[in-house]
Write a protein that binds this ligand. Structure first.
Ligand code: SAH
Length: 362
Protein backbone atom coordinates (compact mmCIF):
# COMPACT_ATOMS: atom_id res chain seq x y z
CA UNK A 1 0.00 0.00 0.00
CA UNK A 2 1.38 3.39 -0.86
CA UNK A 3 1.10 6.38 1.43
CA UNK A 4 -1.54 9.02 0.62
CA UNK A 5 -0.31 12.53 1.25
CA UNK A 6 -2.28 14.83 3.45
CA UNK A 7 -3.86 17.29 1.03
CA UNK A 8 -5.67 19.82 3.17
CA UNK A 9 -2.74 22.12 3.80
CA UNK A 10 -1.59 25.24 2.06
CA UNK A 11 1.16 24.15 -0.29
CA UNK A 12 4.19 26.44 -0.46
CA UNK A 13 5.52 25.14 -3.76
CA UNK A 14 2.64 24.34 -6.06
CA UNK A 15 4.74 24.25 -9.24
CA UNK A 16 6.61 21.26 -7.97
CA UNK A 17 4.30 18.37 -8.84
CA UNK A 18 6.12 15.75 -6.75
CA UNK A 19 5.88 17.96 -3.66
CA UNK A 20 4.23 16.14 -0.77
CA UNK A 21 2.69 18.49 1.81
CA UNK A 22 4.41 18.10 5.19
CA UNK A 23 2.40 16.88 8.17
CA UNK A 24 3.44 19.67 10.56
CA UNK A 25 0.44 21.94 11.03
CA UNK A 26 -2.12 19.16 10.68
CA UNK A 27 -4.63 18.86 13.52
CA UNK A 28 -5.34 15.75 15.57
CA UNK A 29 -8.51 15.16 13.52
CA UNK A 30 -6.61 15.53 10.22
CA UNK A 31 -3.83 13.22 11.34
CA UNK A 32 -6.36 10.66 12.52
CA UNK A 33 -8.14 10.73 9.16
CA UNK A 34 -4.79 10.39 7.44
CA UNK A 35 -3.64 7.34 9.41
CA UNK A 36 -7.01 5.71 8.80
CA UNK A 37 -6.60 6.33 5.07
CA UNK A 38 -3.38 4.37 5.43
CA UNK A 39 -5.32 1.45 6.89
CA UNK A 40 -4.10 2.15 10.42
CA UNK A 41 -6.29 2.29 13.54
CA UNK A 42 -7.48 5.73 14.68
CA UNK A 43 -5.37 5.78 17.86
CA UNK A 44 -2.26 5.99 15.67
CA UNK A 45 -3.39 9.53 14.85
CA UNK A 46 -3.05 10.54 18.50
CA UNK A 47 0.37 8.92 18.66
CA UNK A 48 1.47 10.70 15.52
CA UNK A 49 0.24 14.02 16.93
CA UNK A 50 2.23 13.49 20.12
CA UNK A 51 5.38 12.51 18.28
CA UNK A 52 5.20 15.52 15.97
CA UNK A 53 4.26 18.23 18.48
CA UNK A 54 5.53 16.97 21.85
CA UNK A 55 8.49 14.79 20.99
CA UNK A 56 9.55 16.82 17.94
CA UNK A 57 10.22 13.79 15.74
CA UNK A 58 11.80 14.72 12.40
CA UNK A 59 11.02 11.61 10.36
CA UNK A 60 8.14 9.15 10.40
CA UNK A 61 10.78 6.41 10.18
CA UNK A 62 11.80 7.28 13.76
CA UNK A 63 8.41 6.74 15.40
CA UNK A 64 9.24 3.61 17.34
CA UNK A 65 5.64 2.84 18.37
CA UNK A 66 4.73 2.28 14.69
CA UNK A 67 5.36 -1.05 12.99
CA UNK A 68 8.60 -1.37 11.03
CA UNK A 69 6.65 -2.21 7.89
CA UNK A 70 4.45 0.91 8.05
CA UNK A 71 7.39 3.14 8.96
CA UNK A 72 9.08 1.98 5.78
CA UNK A 73 5.97 2.74 3.71
CA UNK A 74 5.56 6.29 5.00
CA UNK A 75 9.24 7.16 5.45
CA UNK A 76 9.11 9.58 2.49
CA UNK A 77 6.18 11.61 3.85
CA UNK A 78 7.85 14.75 5.24
CA UNK A 79 7.07 16.09 8.68
CA UNK A 80 8.38 19.50 7.64
CA UNK A 81 11.16 20.29 10.10
CA UNK A 82 13.93 22.60 8.93
CA UNK A 83 17.67 22.24 9.51
CA UNK A 84 19.57 24.31 12.04
CA UNK A 85 22.15 26.21 10.03
CA UNK A 86 23.61 28.51 12.69
CA UNK A 87 23.00 29.39 16.34
CA UNK A 88 24.37 32.28 18.35
CA UNK A 89 23.66 33.39 21.86
CA UNK A 90 23.79 37.01 23.06
CA UNK A 91 25.09 37.80 26.57
CA UNK A 92 21.51 38.50 27.67
CA UNK A 93 20.51 34.90 26.88
CA UNK A 94 18.69 35.71 23.65
CA UNK A 95 19.41 33.07 21.02
CA UNK A 96 19.37 33.71 17.29
CA UNK A 97 18.84 30.79 14.93
CA UNK A 98 19.33 30.63 11.20
CA UNK A 99 17.24 27.81 9.75
CA UNK A 100 17.67 26.24 6.34
CA UNK A 101 14.47 25.38 4.48
CA UNK A 102 14.07 22.55 1.97
CA UNK A 103 14.66 24.88 -0.99
CA UNK A 104 17.89 26.18 0.57
CA UNK A 105 16.46 29.53 1.72
CA UNK A 106 17.61 30.74 5.11
CA UNK A 107 15.33 32.36 7.68
CA UNK A 108 15.91 33.77 11.11
CA UNK A 109 14.19 33.01 14.41
CA UNK A 110 14.89 34.42 17.86
CA UNK A 111 14.34 32.81 21.27
CA UNK A 112 13.96 35.29 24.10
CA UNK A 113 13.96 34.01 27.70
CA UNK A 114 12.29 36.37 30.18
CA UNK A 115 10.86 36.41 33.67
CA UNK A 116 7.32 37.55 34.32
CA UNK A 117 6.71 39.00 37.77
CA UNK A 118 3.87 37.18 39.49
CA UNK A 119 2.49 37.48 43.01
CA UNK A 120 3.82 33.99 43.72
CA UNK A 121 7.30 34.90 42.44
CA UNK A 122 8.95 35.33 39.05
CA UNK A 123 7.91 32.87 36.36
CA UNK A 124 10.22 31.87 33.54
CA UNK A 125 8.82 32.65 30.11
CA UNK A 126 10.12 31.90 26.68
CA UNK A 127 9.13 34.07 23.75
CA UNK A 128 9.83 33.14 20.15
CA UNK A 129 10.04 35.75 17.40
CA UNK A 130 9.08 34.01 14.15
CA UNK A 131 9.56 34.93 10.51
CA UNK A 132 6.66 34.72 8.08
CA UNK A 133 8.45 35.38 4.79
CA UNK A 134 11.91 34.91 3.32
CA UNK A 135 12.93 38.58 3.23
CA UNK A 136 10.32 41.33 3.13
CA UNK A 137 8.88 43.50 0.33
CA UNK A 138 7.79 46.43 2.54
CA UNK A 139 11.18 48.24 2.52
CA UNK A 140 10.71 50.30 5.68
CA UNK A 141 13.62 52.70 5.78
CA UNK A 142 14.97 51.75 9.22
CA UNK A 143 14.64 47.97 8.95
CA UNK A 144 17.46 45.62 7.92
CA UNK A 145 15.13 42.91 6.63
CA UNK A 146 13.74 45.05 3.81
CA UNK A 147 17.24 45.96 2.60
CA UNK A 148 17.78 42.38 1.44
CA UNK A 149 14.67 42.17 -0.74
CA UNK A 150 11.94 39.57 -0.79
CA UNK A 151 11.93 35.90 -1.87
CA UNK A 152 8.73 34.09 -0.88
CA UNK A 153 6.08 33.40 1.73
CA UNK A 154 6.69 30.76 4.36
CA UNK A 155 4.37 27.74 4.53
CA UNK A 156 2.57 27.02 7.76
CA UNK A 157 4.92 24.18 8.69
CA UNK A 158 7.91 26.49 8.23
CA UNK A 159 6.38 28.91 10.73
CA UNK A 160 5.45 26.26 13.32
CA UNK A 161 8.85 24.59 12.95
CA UNK A 162 10.54 27.74 14.27
CA UNK A 163 8.62 27.48 17.53
CA UNK A 164 9.39 23.78 17.96
CA UNK A 165 13.07 24.44 17.25
CA UNK A 166 13.35 27.01 20.03
CA UNK A 167 11.33 24.85 22.42
CA UNK A 168 13.69 21.92 21.87
CA UNK A 169 16.82 24.00 22.14
CA UNK A 170 15.77 25.62 25.42
CA UNK A 171 14.21 22.40 26.75
CA UNK A 172 11.41 24.63 27.95
CA UNK A 173 7.86 25.18 26.74
CA UNK A 174 7.36 28.28 24.63
CA UNK A 175 4.97 30.65 26.40
CA UNK A 176 4.63 33.41 23.79
CA UNK A 177 5.08 33.81 20.06
CA UNK A 178 5.50 37.16 18.33
CA UNK A 179 5.21 37.30 14.54
CA UNK A 180 7.91 39.97 14.29
CA UNK A 181 10.72 38.25 12.45
CA UNK A 182 11.44 38.49 8.73
CA UNK A 183 8.50 39.47 6.60
CA UNK A 184 5.07 41.04 6.63
CA UNK A 185 2.60 38.54 8.15
CA UNK A 186 -0.49 40.03 6.52
CA UNK A 187 0.95 39.41 3.06
CA UNK A 188 0.89 35.72 4.01
CA UNK A 189 -2.46 35.66 5.77
CA UNK A 190 -3.55 32.13 4.88
CA UNK A 191 -0.41 30.43 6.20
CA UNK A 192 -0.14 32.75 9.20
CA UNK A 193 -3.74 31.97 10.19
CA UNK A 194 -3.10 28.24 9.75
CA UNK A 195 0.07 28.49 11.85
CA UNK A 196 -1.72 30.46 14.59
CA UNK A 197 -4.44 27.83 14.76
CA UNK A 198 -1.92 25.03 15.05
CA UNK A 199 0.29 26.85 17.58
CA UNK A 200 -2.80 27.26 19.71
CA UNK A 201 -4.43 23.85 19.29
CA UNK A 202 -1.51 21.52 18.59
CA UNK A 203 1.47 23.16 20.30
CA UNK A 204 -0.73 24.43 23.15
CA UNK A 205 0.08 28.14 23.29
CA UNK A 206 -2.76 30.38 24.47
CA UNK A 207 -4.22 32.69 21.84
CA UNK A 208 -3.59 35.72 24.02
CA UNK A 209 0.08 34.81 24.06
CA UNK A 210 0.27 35.03 20.25
CA UNK A 211 1.02 38.45 18.72
CA UNK A 212 0.97 39.32 15.03
CA UNK A 213 2.75 42.52 14.03
CA UNK A 214 1.89 44.26 10.77
CA UNK A 215 2.75 47.46 9.00
CA UNK A 216 -0.87 47.42 7.79
CA UNK A 217 -2.13 45.98 4.52
CA UNK A 218 -5.46 47.33 3.25
CA UNK A 219 -8.46 45.13 4.16
CA UNK A 220 -6.30 42.42 5.74
CA UNK A 221 -6.75 43.64 9.32
CA UNK A 222 -10.51 43.35 8.88
CA UNK A 223 -10.11 39.94 7.28
CA UNK A 224 -7.98 38.90 10.23
CA UNK A 225 -10.56 40.18 12.70
CA UNK A 226 -13.27 38.11 11.06
CA UNK A 227 -11.48 34.92 12.07
CA UNK A 228 -12.69 35.32 15.62
CA UNK A 229 -9.27 35.04 17.18
CA UNK A 230 -8.23 36.28 20.59
CA UNK A 231 -4.67 36.94 19.54
CA UNK A 232 -2.95 40.33 19.93
CA UNK A 233 -2.64 42.55 16.89
CA UNK A 234 0.31 44.93 16.85
CA UNK A 235 0.39 47.64 14.19
CA UNK A 236 3.65 49.34 13.26
CA UNK A 237 2.64 53.00 13.19
CA UNK A 238 5.97 54.80 13.70
CA UNK A 239 4.64 58.26 12.85
CA UNK A 240 1.70 60.40 13.98
CA UNK A 241 0.95 61.91 10.57
CA UNK A 242 0.77 60.85 6.96
CA UNK A 243 3.72 62.94 5.68
CA UNK A 244 6.20 61.53 8.16
CA UNK A 245 4.85 57.98 7.94
CA UNK A 246 5.27 57.97 4.17
CA UNK A 247 8.94 58.80 4.59
CA UNK A 248 9.59 55.94 6.99
CA UNK A 249 7.16 53.33 5.67
CA UNK A 250 6.84 53.47 1.86
CA UNK A 251 3.66 51.35 1.80
CA UNK A 252 1.87 54.18 3.62
CA UNK A 253 1.57 56.00 0.27
CA UNK A 254 -0.84 53.38 -1.00
CA UNK A 255 -2.55 52.90 2.36
CA UNK A 256 -2.83 56.21 4.18
CA UNK A 257 -2.68 56.54 7.96
CA UNK A 258 -6.32 57.56 8.35
CA UNK A 259 -7.54 54.49 6.47
CA UNK A 260 -5.25 52.28 8.54
CA UNK A 261 -6.51 53.77 11.81
CA UNK A 262 -10.12 53.36 10.65
CA UNK A 263 -9.50 49.68 9.94
CA UNK A 264 -7.86 49.27 13.35
CA UNK A 265 -10.96 50.76 14.98
CA UNK A 266 -13.03 48.16 13.13
CA UNK A 267 -10.70 45.49 14.47
CA UNK A 268 -11.41 46.63 18.02
CA UNK A 269 -15.16 46.63 17.35
CA UNK A 270 -15.17 43.17 15.80
CA UNK A 271 -12.82 41.43 18.24
CA UNK A 272 -13.28 43.42 21.44
CA UNK A 273 -9.49 43.32 21.75
CA UNK A 274 -7.33 46.40 22.02
CA UNK A 275 -4.69 47.05 19.37
CA UNK A 276 -1.03 47.59 20.20
CA UNK A 277 0.64 50.36 18.21
CA UNK A 278 4.37 49.98 17.75
CA UNK A 279 6.27 53.21 17.41
CA UNK A 280 9.98 53.16 16.69
CA UNK A 281 11.81 56.11 18.24
CA UNK A 282 14.29 57.80 15.88
CA UNK A 283 16.20 60.74 17.39
CA UNK A 284 15.14 64.07 15.91
CA UNK A 285 12.83 62.39 13.39
CA UNK A 286 9.69 61.28 15.24
CA UNK A 287 10.60 61.53 18.94
CA UNK A 288 9.72 65.13 19.80
CA UNK A 289 7.04 66.06 22.31
CA UNK A 290 4.94 67.49 19.48
CA UNK A 291 4.99 64.06 17.84
CA UNK A 292 3.86 62.46 21.10
CA UNK A 293 1.03 64.97 21.34
CA UNK A 294 -0.01 64.37 17.74
CA UNK A 295 0.10 60.61 18.34
CA UNK A 296 -2.12 60.90 21.38
CA UNK A 297 -4.64 62.88 19.28
CA UNK A 298 -4.71 60.04 16.71
CA UNK A 299 -5.40 57.50 19.44
CA UNK A 300 -7.80 59.39 21.66
CA UNK A 301 -10.75 57.22 22.68
CA UNK A 302 -9.17 54.25 20.99
CA UNK A 303 -8.83 50.98 22.91
CA UNK A 304 -5.12 50.72 22.36
CA UNK A 305 -1.65 50.53 23.82
CA UNK A 306 1.51 52.19 22.50
CA UNK A 307 4.71 50.18 22.50
CA UNK A 308 7.71 52.43 21.94
CA UNK A 309 10.74 50.75 20.37
CA UNK A 310 13.96 52.76 20.66
CA UNK A 311 15.74 52.35 17.31
CA UNK A 312 18.25 49.51 17.02
CA UNK A 313 21.11 50.48 14.72
CA UNK A 314 21.51 48.93 11.27
CA UNK A 315 24.37 49.57 8.85
CA UNK A 316 22.53 51.00 5.87
CA UNK A 317 21.03 54.14 7.44
CA UNK A 318 22.24 56.68 9.95
CA UNK A 319 19.27 57.11 12.25
CA UNK A 320 20.08 57.50 15.93
CA UNK A 321 18.41 56.14 19.02
CA UNK A 322 17.15 58.92 21.33
CA UNK A 323 18.71 59.11 24.79
CA UNK A 324 16.83 57.94 27.88
CA UNK A 325 15.66 61.44 28.81
CA UNK A 326 14.09 61.96 25.40
CA UNK A 327 12.42 58.58 25.55
CA UNK A 328 11.08 59.36 29.02
CA UNK A 329 9.83 62.76 27.86
CA UNK A 330 7.91 61.07 25.03
CA UNK A 331 6.43 58.55 27.49
CA UNK A 332 5.41 61.35 29.86
CA UNK A 333 3.48 63.24 27.19
CA UNK A 334 1.54 60.09 26.26
CA UNK A 335 0.81 59.34 29.91
CA UNK A 336 -0.41 62.88 30.51
CA UNK A 337 -2.76 62.34 27.59
CA UNK A 338 -4.06 59.10 29.18
CA UNK A 339 -2.52 56.88 26.53
CA UNK A 340 -1.35 53.44 27.75
CA UNK A 341 2.34 53.16 26.92
CA UNK A 342 5.32 50.88 27.43
CA UNK A 343 8.91 50.91 26.15
CA UNK A 344 10.41 47.85 24.52
CA UNK A 345 14.12 47.73 25.14
CA UNK A 346 14.93 45.09 22.55
CA UNK A 347 16.87 42.04 23.61
CA UNK A 348 19.63 40.42 21.62
CA UNK A 349 21.30 43.60 20.33
CA UNK A 350 24.77 42.04 20.65
CA UNK A 351 23.81 39.14 18.40
CA UNK A 352 22.12 41.36 15.79
CA UNK A 353 18.93 39.64 16.88
CA UNK A 354 16.96 42.70 18.01
CA UNK A 355 13.91 44.21 16.31
CA UNK A 356 14.76 45.42 12.85
CA UNK A 357 18.21 43.83 12.78
CA UNK A 358 17.12 40.51 11.33
CA UNK A 359 18.44 39.80 7.87
CA UNK A 360 19.05 36.05 7.86
CA UNK A 361 22.80 36.34 8.14
CA UNK A 362 25.32 35.71 10.89
N1 SAH B 1 6.51 43.48 9.13
C1 SAH B 1 5.95 43.50 10.45
C2 SAH B 1 6.70 42.67 11.47
C3 SAH B 1 8.20 42.73 11.53
S1 SAH B 1 9.09 43.94 12.39
C4 SAH B 1 5.82 44.92 10.94
O1 SAH B 1 6.29 45.82 10.28
O2 SAH B 1 5.18 45.13 11.95
C5 SAH B 1 8.74 44.02 14.06
C6 SAH B 1 8.91 45.46 14.60
O3 SAH B 1 10.28 45.91 14.61
C7 SAH B 1 8.14 46.43 13.71
O4 SAH B 1 7.41 47.32 14.48
C8 SAH B 1 9.30 47.15 13.00
O5 SAH B 1 8.92 48.38 12.51
C9 SAH B 1 10.33 47.23 14.10
N2 SAH B 1 11.67 47.59 13.60
C10 SAH B 1 12.13 47.48 12.34
N3 SAH B 1 13.40 47.95 12.25
C11 SAH B 1 13.74 48.37 13.48
C12 SAH B 1 14.94 48.92 14.04
N4 SAH B 1 16.01 49.13 13.31
N5 SAH B 1 14.93 49.21 15.35
C13 SAH B 1 13.83 48.97 16.13
N6 SAH B 1 12.70 48.44 15.66
C14 SAH B 1 12.64 48.13 14.35
Amino acid sequence: MSATPLVSQVDFNPEKSEFIPPLLGASLAELTTWVQQQGQPAYRGKQLHEWIYDKGVRSLADISVFSKQWRKEVAEIPIGRSILHYRSEAPDGTVKYLLRLTDGQIIETVGIPTFAERAEGPKARLTVCVSTQVGCPMACDFCATGKGGYKRNLARHEIIDQVLTVQEDFQQRVSNVVFMGLGEPLLNTENVLAALKSLNQDVGIGQRSLTVSTVGIRDRIRQFAQNNLQITLAVSLHAPNQALREKLVPSARAYPLNDLLAECREYVEITGRRVTFEYILLAGVNDLSEHALELSKCLRGFQSHVNLIPYNPIQEVDYKRPNRDRIQAFVNVLKQQQIAVSVRYSRGLEADAACGQLRASK
